[in-house]
Structure formats: structure tokens, C-alpha cells
Design a protein around this ligand. Sequence first.
Ligand code: AMP
Ligand code: MG
Length: 520
Amino acid sequence: MNLKLTESFTKALPADSNLENSRRQVFEAGFSHVQPKKPSKPQLIHVSDDMLDELGIGQEDAKSEDFLEIISGAKVYPNTNPYAMAYAGHQFGNWAGQLGDGRAINLFELRHKDKLWAVQLKGAGETPYSRQGDGLAVLRSSIREYLCSEAMFHLGVPTTRALSLVLTGDQVLRDMLYDGHPEYEQGAIVSRVAPSFVRFGNFELFAARQDFDNLERLANYVIEQFYSDLGIPSKEVYIEFFRRVMINTLEMIIHWQRVGFVHGVMNTDNMSILGLTIDYGPYGWLEGFDFGWTPNTTDKQNKRYRYGNQPNIALWNLLQLANALYPLIEETEPLEQILQEFQSKFDLKWLDMMRSKLGLKGQESEDLELVQNLEDALLSSETDMTIFFRLLSHYRIGKPEAAYNLIKPAFYKENLNSPEHKTLWNSWFKNYDKRLQNEKSDDRLRASGMNLANPKFVLRNYMAQMAIDAAEKGDYALIGELFQLLKNPYDEQPNQERWFAKRPEWARHKVGCSMLSCSS
Ligand code: AMP
Ligand code: MG
């Protein structure tokens, strides 16, 4: 294995001068050097061919002992110096102070095909930022991150990637539901990959400590590496940088809303400065369309991170980033203006996104009402979001009264043939039909366009759980099957029809399917 190593982040910011791997506050540093924990019996479960290719690692190399040792933390790649990053953050709306990579260790950076990649292990042992945690990850949460991050990529959602999934051979104690019943689970490690893992929280850490030199270094680093077209850093460039982060974040959220992804823990330490979906913990996928849904049981009370609130939270998080950048800009007005832009831009882009889901080409003034009425209809009974939109592409102009039967498979309850429900849908379809006729929509063209906006396959919560249940018994076949399925989420894949189905009833209240906690 011959990697084209580079060092950008660790060159741009000072290292923690204390080399001891002890839990503590780390000052005036962007990261701490730390060695991964040696796993007792590493075993490769799955590797992403795509990511091997992106990183310039040969398929044969990936079968070597060398590769397994590196992605399990058994061995450090020659001439590299692993590190954990320092960051802070707001968790559930409250300032949490220093957080940092408590269970992620960056192995190295490399450049391949003109792209910069940082490779990190999640679950490779403790770091100075581990606080009360053990720095480890369990198999169930590692499978969830591994499958979902790659699935998101293939859905076209900006995201961190995953290279590999390994078992460490070690046991990890977890109280899955925080109910005083800890159990041993199998330890695992995902190697994650992204151009950068810098989060809003990296900026917040320096700002909170009034370490403005490092704040400036960090901003300059991110701008020079990832927003270099903005030019040489200056006050104006910092403002434009914030605007770009706002736009990238906004676009990411629009994608989440489009595919029905609920992140579950949108703390500012989980917000990527590149607008990538990062930190797959208690995330979930909408099954029944529901603005109020969150998969995260830790957030059951307030539902701060519910589906319908993701845009507001993104804005709130951007406000925290604006506060952190303020010392470099010293003017509130341009920052406030950018936050306002988020709101106006969001409404427009969101409506455009909804138009694409409905197969509307043009823009009409009544579109917002059409979409809102659709949401009311979707909410009038439990309606599977993915199935509904996919079936909608089969709608044929001029047949609004036939539509109810067409979309019926998306409804969760069988006894829904109530006259009110039918009437509601009939009237919506009449308006939809009129709208399509107005723009002389072509059935076939519309359907193929809609199928690029509405995935047929997403990683439903119960699907991940089935893969987990089998893997915990040593059967990894379903991980491979789902990985393959989710590479082409917009394709028909007629022999995979069993995954184009509503959530089975057994999964409605099952732990892991509808209830997840941060304990992973
Ligand atoms: P998360 O909510 O998973 O994004 O994590 C929030 C913070 O807790 C981050 O600083 C993580 O590194 C840290 N953390 C989460 N789980 C562990 C763990 N098992 N051991 C050490 N730190 C952890
Ligand atoms: Mg995190």
C-alpha cells in the first residue's frame, strides 16, 4: 500500500504540547497527538470499493494484513502521526464547552485524484477529549454509520464517507437505553473519510477561549483549503466564507428534507464546516411522513431535532458560528444579513425541491398552496413518505379519481377507505392534475425526472436493525446486500422489491428501529 500522504490541518494549527493521553482541557492547540488502541483480534467485515478507489488503495491491498492493521488501529502507517481534534459545541441548545474527538482518531491525510482526504477511525480508543467515555464504538452503531454514510452519498446528499468496517475483538460495555442495564457488546471501528472533519465547534472553541490567533489560523486554513476561490483571507473574505458555509448548510438540509433523513443530534459539534452530513448517531428515516418525528429518545421531551425543525436548528447553529467568527469581522450587520438570507433562500429552495418531487417543471404562484395541501393530506393518516413519492410518479394526467388506489400502498392503516380520506386526496389530485395540465406535463418525462428526486430505496430504520441483528450473530451477508442495494437508490432494481415496502409492524416500537439513544 503506497499512499500519497500530505499534512494540511496539522501544519496549519499548533499541536497540543502535552503528549500524555489523559483526559483534560487542552489549550492553544487545534489537536492532540494520540495513538489508536491496539485491538485484540481485528476482523474485516466490509470495505467500500468506491472509497478504495477514491483514496488510491488497490483492491488487492485491501485484502492485505497491512490494510486490516491500519484500519483497525493495530498499526500506524509509516511516517504518520495520528491525532484527535479539539472542538467545543452547543449541545441541545446549551453551551457544552470543550468536547473534541473523544472517540475519533485521525490517522492521516492524503491527496488522490486532486482531492484532499482525511482518514479517521471512529472507536479506536480514548483521547484527551474522551471525558467520561471509553473512546470505543459498538458494532450496532458502527454498522449504522457505515451503511448510512455511503447510502447518503449515493442519494446525492453531501456527507462524510466510510472506507471500512471492522470488529476489534474487544468487548464494550453499553447501557443502550440509559436504564441501568449495561451489557457487553462487540467493539467495532468504522474508518471515516472526508476532505475535512472541521466542525462549527472547532471555531467555537477558540472563540470562547478568546484565542483569536488560533481562530484566525483555523479560518485561514479552511478558506485556503476549501474555499480558496474567495481569495486571500481578509474581513470581507471571512464574511463571504460565512455566506458559503450558510449556503452549503442550507443545501445539505434541503437534501435531508427531500429524502426524509432526520439527523437526530444537530449539535454544533456535529455541523461540518463544509456542509457535510457528519456523525451518524441516533439518526433515522421518516417512514410515516411526520414533521414532529425524531428517532432520538434522548430528545423525546423537546424534540428539538425533529424532522420539521431541522431548518430552524441549522439556522440556530449558523448563528453560533457567526458569533464565533465575529472577532475576525467585528461587525454584526453583514453576519445578520447572511442569517436572514438563509431564511429567504431556504423557503425558495425548499419549494423548488418540493416541485422536483412533484415533477413540476415551471413555477406557479399556487405551488406553495399545492405543497401545503399535500402535506396536510400526507399527515391526515400515516403515509409512507418514500413509497408515496415513488408511486406518485405513476400518476397519469387526466385521472385524478384513479389516484387514490394508486397511492394506497403508502398508507399504514388498512381501513383507510373512509369517505373523508378519499375526498381529501381526490381534491388534492384534482388540483395537481390541473397544475400538470397547465404546463403540458408529459407523463413519461415527468416520471423519469421524479425518479431522480424521489429515491426508491433508503436505509429504513428496520433494515439497518436487521443487518445489526444478523451481524451480532456473526452473519454479515445483509450488510453487503444493503450496501449494494443502496448504491443505486433511484434505480428500479426489480429483484429488490422486498426493500420497497412499508416498515413491518414488528418494527414500529422496536429498539433500534424507532427508538435510538446517543449511547453508541
Ligand atoms: P456525539 O453526540 O456522538 O457527536 O458526541 C459528542 C461528544 O462526545 C464528542 O466529543 C464525542 O467525541 C464524545 N463521545 C461520544 N461517545 C464517546 C465515547 N464512547 N467515548 C468518548 N467520547 C465520546
Ligand atoms: Mg459528534
